[in-house]
Write a protein that binds this ligand. Structure first.
Ligand code: ADP
Length: 243
C-alpha cells in the first residue's frame, strides 16, 4: 500500500472570477508534518479546504486516505480529518466552558442525539491533558487568553481522534511566546498521536526547525517546495514576498 495519504493532482479552484488555485499538485506521506507558506491570497487556505473535502474543484483530483472528492467525502472520512482555524474573537459572555467546547469535537462520533459517555469524557480529558489545559477545564471559553483558546481548539480537533490534522495559521494574533509554544505543541502532538499534519503558517523560523517539508505558494501556484533548510533561506523568502 502506498504511504501517500493526501494527494492533489492539477487542482484548479475558482471562486467566481478569481482563480484561487491554478493547477496545484502535491503529495503528503503518512506521518509527515508539512508547512504551507506564502503571501496572503496565494491559495494556502484553499488547499486545506480541498483536503478537508469542502472545496469545489473545477479541474483535477483530490485523494485523501484513498477517497476522491468526486462525490464529496463520506462522513466517516471527514471525521478522520481534524481542522483548527485561526484565532477567533470569542464573546467573553459565551456560556460554554473548555470541556464542553472540546466535547463538541466528539459530536461527529456521538451523533447529535447521543449523550456523551464515559469513553467520550476520557478522550476529552486526555486531549485536554495533551494540550496542557487540564487546570482550566471548567473555565468559560471566553475567559481564556488567545494562546489558551488555541490549545482548546487543538484539543477539540484531537477529540475527533483524527488521522490528519489541518491547521490554518494557528498562531496569528498571538504574542511571540505563545506563537512559539503553539508551534512546538503542534509538533509534539503530531508525533505523539502519529498524525499527518498540514499547517498554514507564517512562522518561518520555527517551521524550519519543525516541519519535514515546506510548500511555498504564490498566485495560486506552488512556487517552490522542499526541505525547510533548503528553501526557507532569506533570499528565497525575499523573492517570494516581493510583488
Ligand atoms: P491564502 O490562504 O493564501 O490567504 P486563500 O486560499 O484564502 O489564500 O485565497 C486564495 C484566493 O481566493 C484569494 O484571491 C481570495 O481572495 C480568493 N477567495 C478565497 N475564498 C474566497 C471566497 N469564499 N469567495 C471568493 N473568493 C475567495
Amino acid at each position: 500500500m502506498s504511504d501517500i495519504i493526501i494527494s492533489l493532482r492539477d487542482a484548479v479552484v475558482s471562486y467566481r472570477e478569481d482563480v484561487a488555485l491554478q493547477g496545484v499538485s502535491l503529495e503528503v506521506k503518512k506521518g509527515e508534518l508539512v508547512g504551507v507558506m506564502g503571501p496572503n491570497g496565494s491559495g494556502k487556505t484553499t488547499i486545506l479546504t480541498l483536503v478537508n473535502g469542502l472545496g469545489k474543484l473545477l479541474q483535477g483530483q483530490v485523494r485523501v486516505l484513498g477517497n476522491t472528492t468526486e462525490n464529496g467525502f463520506p462522513t466517516a472520512l471527514r471525521r478522520k480529518i481534524g481542522y483548527v482555524s485561526q484565532v477567533h474573537n470569542i464573546d467573553p459572555r459565551m456560556p460554554v466552558n473548555v470541556e464542553e467546547v472540546v466535547m463538541m469535537g466528539r459530536y461527529g462520533k456521538l451523533g447529535i442525539l447521543r449523550r456523551p459517555g464515559t469513553m467520550d469524557r476520557q478522550v476529552v480529558a486526555k486531549m485536554l491533558h495533551l494540550v496542557g489545559m487540564t487546570h482550566l477545564t471548567e473555565r468559560p471559553i471566553g475567559h481564556l487568553s488567545g494562546g489558551e483558546q488555541q490549545r482548546v481548539a487543538i484539543a477539540r480537533a484531537l477529540a475527533q481522534e483524527p488521522d490528519i490534522l489541518l491547521l490554518d495559521e494557528p498562531t496569528t494574533g498571538l504574542d511571540h511566546r505563545a506563537r512559539v509554544e503553539i508551534m512546538h505543541l503542534v509538533y509534539e502532538i503530531h508525533l505523539a498521536r502519529g498524525l499527518t499534519t498540514m499547517m498554514v503558517t507564517h512562522e518561518h523560523k520555527t517551521a524550519t526547525a519543525l516541519c519535514d517539508k515546506i510548500i511555498l505558494m504564490k498566485g495560486g501556484q506552488i512556487w517552490d517546495r522542499g526541505k525547510p533548510g533548503e528553501i526557507l533561506r532569506k533570499e528565497v523568502l525575499d523573492r517570494l514576498y516581493e510583488h
